[in-house]
Design a binder for this molecule. Structure first.
Ligand code: GLU
Length: 449
């Protein structure tokens, strides 16, 4: 059953729905936060009086633009570009760019909304935003990717700046795309403004550990969740959905900490490797050759590829959804619980449906929502901004140490908040409330913004 909202909050939710018609993912992300905010308004009546929730649900600025470019055959292609600058109470807008054919304004709004609270949880001085395009990079040549990125930046640049808005990568946007966009920004503005984009390459302003950070951070978060239950990662059987940047470095860190990942996936199917996923092979296939995971079994005879398979049917103790939104539903959650899963942490943004979340919470397993568990990526982007601002670059060890401290700090903040608000162990409530309070306090302090 869907939980009922407190009367005033229900009215706010209805207004969000009518003001943003058809944007279901955005409604879902807003509802999930609003469901947990009732007790906050009781404790802080000034938040209600000053209409903080209504303000937080309305982006500060939304930019939609045409992205024309020419493909390799000389044909003109038109895509749509977005940047939703959601909230800048805590710092410049910060959040990734997603290039995927499924991207709509609703997608970008849901991601931007989540980013506001995630970024607040990191404790770094960053506001929240998200952007992207319905451009499909699959099968595109390097030249096409470059021309698209240049055209995209030809409009976006005027909205960016190291003190204004700082994009990074997300699905379909990695070091290569950030490079093309940074090059175009530099050319248009005639400024080597390193801090305007994060996820840059090492050697031209990027930070060590940024590439690994989201995945590594998820694993540190799991380590902390298990610690509260007197458990460790040692010997645990894990599954990680997806096979992109987040999945790859989640698998790498799980293996380093003694766990065994037996399955990963992409939109075409699932690879099950009982010996443990071969991370070097996965990196070569995905990062170097940009191939699909069906090819994995060509090099590992003992592994099995299940075309169209459902990864959540593979029995495990720890599940890490690291592909995309709503990839794990109520049925999947019940399967995981039935198969003895004790912990779930989200590398992707909103990968579990509301019904799936309820199943995990009711079963009492350790469930770390994306806002908290995958905040390591954006936190390390903030570390990249610090290095850029001081024209410095830190060692891998030092940067990873900072990431570990930030993730451990988020776990502590979220757990303590859940306890303070009467729901010990409920990381969903803890993350939403802790993130919201930080943003709300800053908004009150800054006057009517
Ligand atoms: N796209 C990532 C996220 O979902 C990272 C954003 C960033 O580094 O700005 O948090």
């Amino acid at each position: 059953m869907t939980p009922v909202l407190d009367e005033n909050i229900e009215a706010i939710y209805q207004q969000v729905k009518s003001r943003n018609p058809g944007e279901e993912e955005f409604h879902q992300a807003v509802r999930e936060v609003l469901e947990t905010l009732g007790p906050v308004l009781v404790k802080y009546p000034e938040f209600a009086r000053e209409r903080i929730i209504e303000r937080v649900c309305e982006p500060e600025r939304q930019i939609i633009f045409r992205v024309p470019w020419q493909d390799d055959r000389g044909e003109v292609q038109i895509n749509r570009g977005f940047r939703v600058e959601f909230n800048s109470a805590l710092g410049p807008y910060k959040g990734g760019l997603r290039f995927h054919p499924s991207v709509t304004l609703g997608t970008v709004k849901f991601l931007g909304f989540e980013q506001v609270f995630k970024n607040a949880l990191t404790g770094m001085p960053i506001g929240g935003a998200k952007g992207g395009s319905d451009f499909d990079p699959k099968g595109r040549s390097d030249g096409e990717i470059m021309r698209f990125c240049q055209s995209f930046m030809l409009e976006l640049y005027r909205h960016l700046g190291e003190y204004t808005d700082v994009p990074a990568g997300d699905i379909g946007v990695s070091g290569r795309e950030i490079g093309y966009m940074f090059g175009q920004y530099k050319r248009i503005t005639n400024r080597y403004e390193s801090g305007v984009l994060t996820g840059k390459g090492i050697g031209w302003g990027g930070s060590l550990v940024r590439k690994e950070a989201t995945g590594y951070g998820v694993v540190y978060f799991v380590r902390e969740m298990l610690r509260t239950r007197n458990e460790t990662l040692e010997g645990k059987r894990c599954i990680v959905s997806g096979s992109g940047n987040v999945a790859i470095y989640t698998i790498e860190k799980l293996h380093q900490l003694g766990a065994k990942v037996v399955a990963c996936s992409d939109s075409g199917g699932v690879v099950v490797d009982e010996q443990g996923i071969d991370i070097d092979l996965l990196k070569t296939l995905k990062e170097v050759e940009r191939r699909r995971i069906c090819d994995y079994v060509k090099y590992r005879r003992e592994a099995v590829y299940q075309p169209g398979g459902n990864i959540w049917d593979v029995p495990c103790q720890i599940a890490l959804p690291s592909a995309t939104q709503n990839e794990l539903n109520g049925r999947d959650a019940r399967t995981l619980v039935r198969n003895g899963c004790i912990a779930v942490a989200e590398g992707a943004n909103m990968p579990t449906t509301p019904e799936g979340v309820r199943v995990f919470l009711e079963a009492g397993i350790a469930y770390g929502p994306g806002k908290a568990a995958n905040a390591g990526g954006v936190a390390t982007s903030a570390l990249e901004m610090q290095q850029n601002a001081s024209r410095d670059s830190w060692s891998f060890e030092f940067t990873e140490q900072r990431l570990d401290e930030i993730m451990t700090g988020i776990h502590t903040l979220v757990s303590e908040t859940a306890e303070e608000f009467g729901a010990p162990g409920n990381y969903v409530l803890g993350a939403n409330i802790a993130g919201f309070i930080k943003v709300a306090r800053a908004m009150l302090a800054l006057g009517l913004i």
